[in-house]
Design a protein around this ligand. Structure first.
Ligand code: F6P
Length: 335
């Protein structure tokens, strides 16, 4: 159905990610540049349910491109999963006269957007939705890259480089837990980048002897006197792993859980630029009445995908990168 888009809503939902603000800025400015009005929905889908919104213009997004977090706040909404919640959200869309919503977040956010658009259609209301992938986990099936991942990697690397100084001085072993409940993208990228002795990821079943003990022994034989074990949140409990290392190898590791610090901080150049491109492209797709879509990256380029198709896509983890880590670790002991 062709229709002139007059007003769009923009929201962030799920875990925040550095670069979300840059994406909001791009959406608002691209919309205003096309004569489309823009409303910021606060606190994710909860903001639509509870009519929590703020009108936005070009100046309301000044000086946010460099800021982490999200000026619109974010939340995970249980109520929005229900038909009653979606109906309340639709009532707000109608009240505001929204023709489209740009939802910035993970695939749970996109599923919510699609549900809302379908529910709207059932009631005879045309609402386009566009998804912009943003999560530090980089775990969205349709997109090779998600906003925030690069910054989170850099944050973790900076922290681990500092840890390495003290581990090296005391000739210790460090067990560092990074985020990633279901995905090891962050852990593996960080592990390769810091020259970790071992990296544990949810995508690879842990064999303690092979994946940790053997690696520490080889590193020791190669002359290394300190060891860095990077554990993805979903791959094991860092404290337990530390005890097991103590029992198996006789060293006394120190555990560091990097936690939410990885979600904060000023976005990197890559995250600012990707967010800007995706925000711009989302508004263009909406203005051209593309229909429900996700703005993804594929083979290093932006792609506008049908949202329904996008949500069925999966991406390969790329286990060869684990092999790269091993090739550089086993022979030389890492670090
Ligand atoms: O999805 C991003 C993420 O940071 C995951 O890596 C992590 O497991 C989860 O969010 C933590 O969620 P919360 O902030 O709700 O504790």
């Amino acid at each position: 159905m062709e229709q002139q888009v007059k007003r769009i809503g923009v929201l962030t939902s799920g875990g925040d990610a550095p670069g979300m603000n840059a994406a909001i800025r791009a959406v608002v400015r691209s919309a205003v540049g096309r004569g489309i009005g823009c409303v910021g929905i606060r606190r994710g889908w909860n903001g639509l349910i509870g009519s929590d919104f703020v009108p936005m213009d070009t100046s309301s997004v000044s000086h946010i491109i460099e800021k982490g977090g999200t000026l619109l706040y974010t939340a995970r909404s249980e109520e929005f999963r229900t038909i009653a919640g979606q109906d309340k959200a639709l009532a707000t869309c109608k009240l505001l006269g929204l023709d489209a919503i740009v939802a910035i977040g993970g695939d749970g956010t996109f599923r919510g957007a699609l549900d809302l658009s379908r529910r709207a259609a059932e009631t005879g209301y045309h609402l386009q939705v566009a998804g912009i992938p943003a999560t530090i986990d980089n775990d969205i099936g349709c997109s090779h890259y998600t906003i925030g991942f690069d910054t989170a990697c850099n944050t973790a690397i900076e922290c681990i480089d500092k840890l390495r100084d003290t581990m090296q001085s005391h000739e210790r072993c460090s067990v560092v837990e990074v985020m990633g409940r279901h995905a090891g993208y962050l852990a593996l990228s960080v592990g390769i980048s810091v020259g970790a002795t071992a990296v544990l990821i949810p995508e690879r079943k842990l064999e303690f002897e092979r994946d940790i003990v053997e690696k520490i022994r080889r590193a020791r034989l190669a002359g290394t006197t300190h060891y860095m074990v990077v554990v993805a949140e979903g791959a094991g409990n860092a404290m337990e792993i530390s005890h097991q290392i103590h029992e198996a190898v006789g060293i006394d590791p120190r555990v560091t859980v990097l936690g939410h610090i990885q979600r904060g901080g000023s976005p990197s150049a890559k995250d600012r630029e990707t967010a800007s491109q995706m925000g711009y492209r989302a508004v263009r797709a909406i203005a051209e009445n593309f229909g429900n879509c996700v703005i993804a990256t594929q083979e290093g380029r932006l792609a506008v995908l049908n949202m329904e198709d996008a949500l069925k896509m999966t991406k390969e983890f790329g286990m060869e990168r684990y092999q790269i880590l091993e090739a550089l670790t086993n022979n030389w002991g890492g670090i």
